[in-house]
Write a protein that binds this ligand. Structure first.
Ligand SMILES: C[S@@+](CC[C@H](N)C(=O)[O-])C[C@H]1O[C@@H](n2cnc3c(N)ncnc32)[C@H](O)[C@@H]1O
Length: 344
């Protein structure tokens, strides 16, 4: 994302002399696609090793002269690649942070995931008109589940530890339920931080192997179980002290969320927590970055699963109607992301 415009560019953008739609509708789309190609074709990995000249890169990756020049210019403009005066190229600090396979901030799978979104998004008009999804989770194939799960793992790695530390669980609070816990990373971080906890993850069979792998890697098989099920249609039991719905409410219709909040309330012990993490509409009133992020994710969810992003007030209303006594909202990164902690 370009943010270091020249002074003249800032003025021309401000006064609509630069034709914004060309950048919004064409250039951004192509630049996003170029980023996906750079990752898929191994360019990003080669540049993460250090400096290389264009002809060497071209030979090693079997690129055309035209292709490598254009792609590299694109990546330099986006700030992921830096170029020396002697025409040598390597990943920039930003490129290393987000694309080096060793980086704990890597978001490579999100880029692969975005390629899936590109392919599907040509029927967006249909969802906008009908207010319904054109596809559903049931239509995902195993490879798409893998990319989706890995993308969610990358996001969870950025905040799972800090979220676990932000919830004031008491030593007497011992049972966690993670609705749509997918890869299990949130349940894992909670169990690592709170030694008294045991956890149940409810999700579909398609993601069980990813959760079980991470649970085993963290030696938490005795404390975390993965239960295959549908948390909307089936009972998920009771006696929990904390229930997580992370990146879940945006996939459900408002009435389903309303019912789910009541179901969660009944399943919680007194003083238990319902913690919602999601993109929250209108939570950053001054920020267009937040507006763009939250509405774009909302459009993606509408098209994919018939979901949307919700305003804080609506989420609070579900919680108040369910009789939660205390509500707290915490802003997260990126702008537009937030956490609601409802206490029974
Ligand atoms: C966007 S992912 C979120 C994963 C994880 N909570 C996170 O924040 O990283 C949504 C997950 O919820 C699961 N899910 C959605 N609806 C579900 C339902 N009705 N029952 C069980 N799992 C569901 C999906 O399979 C997926 O794994």
């Amino acid at each position: 994302m370009i943010f270091n415009y020249t002074l003249l560019e800032k003025l021309l953008l401000r006064f609509n002399v630069i034709p914004h739609p060309v950048y919004d509708a064409l250039v951004n789309v192509i630049a996003g696609r170029a980023l996906q190609a750079s990752l898929k074709l191994g360019l990003v990995d080669l540049l993460s090793e250090g400096y290389h000249g264009l002809s060497e890169i071209q030979q090693r990756l079997s690129f055309s002269t035209e292709g490598i020049e254009l792609l590299m210019t694109n990546l330099v403009a986006l700030g992921y690649v830096k170029k020396t005066k002697k025409d040598m190229y390597s990943l920039s600090k930003r490129g290393q942070r987000f694309f080096n396979i060793e980086s704990k901030y890597a978001i490579r799978n999100f880029v692969y995931f975005s390629e899936q979104v590109y392919k599907e998004f040509l029927d967006l008009e249909q969802s906008i008109k009908s207010g319904e999804a054109v596809r559903s989770l049931e239509t995902l194939n195993p490879q798409q589940w893998e990319i989706f799960t890995n993308a969610m793992i990358e996001m969870a790695r950025t905040n799972a530890k800090s979220i676990a530390r932000a919830i004031p669980l008491l030593p007497s609070q011992k049972r966690l339920l993670d609705l749509g816990g997918m890869h299990g990373l949130y349940a894992i971080e909670f169990c690592k931080y709170f030694p008294q906890l045991t956890a149940v993850i409810v999700d579909y069979e398609d993601v069980r192997k990813y959760a079980e792998r991470l649970i085993a890697q963290n030696n938490l098989q005795e404390r975390i179980i993965f239960r295959v099920g549908d948390f909307v249609k089936e009972s998920f039991g009771s006696g929990y002290d904390i229930i997580l719905a992370f990146n879940i409410i945006h996939g459900l219709k408002a009435d389903v969320n309303n019912d789910l909040t009541k179901k969660v309330f009944s399943a919680l012990n007194p003083a238990g927590f319902y913690v919602i993490l999601d993109q929250i509409k209108d939570s950053f009133t001054m920020s267009n970055l937040s507006r763009l992020f939250v509405s774009s994710i909302g459009l993606m969810l509408l098209n994919k699963v018939g979901g949307k992003t919700y305003p804080l007030e609506e989420i609070k209303k579900w919680c108040r109607d369910a009789a939660f006594s205390k509500l707290e909202f915490k802003r997260m990164m990126p702008p537009g992301y937030g956490m609601i902690i409802a206490t029974k």
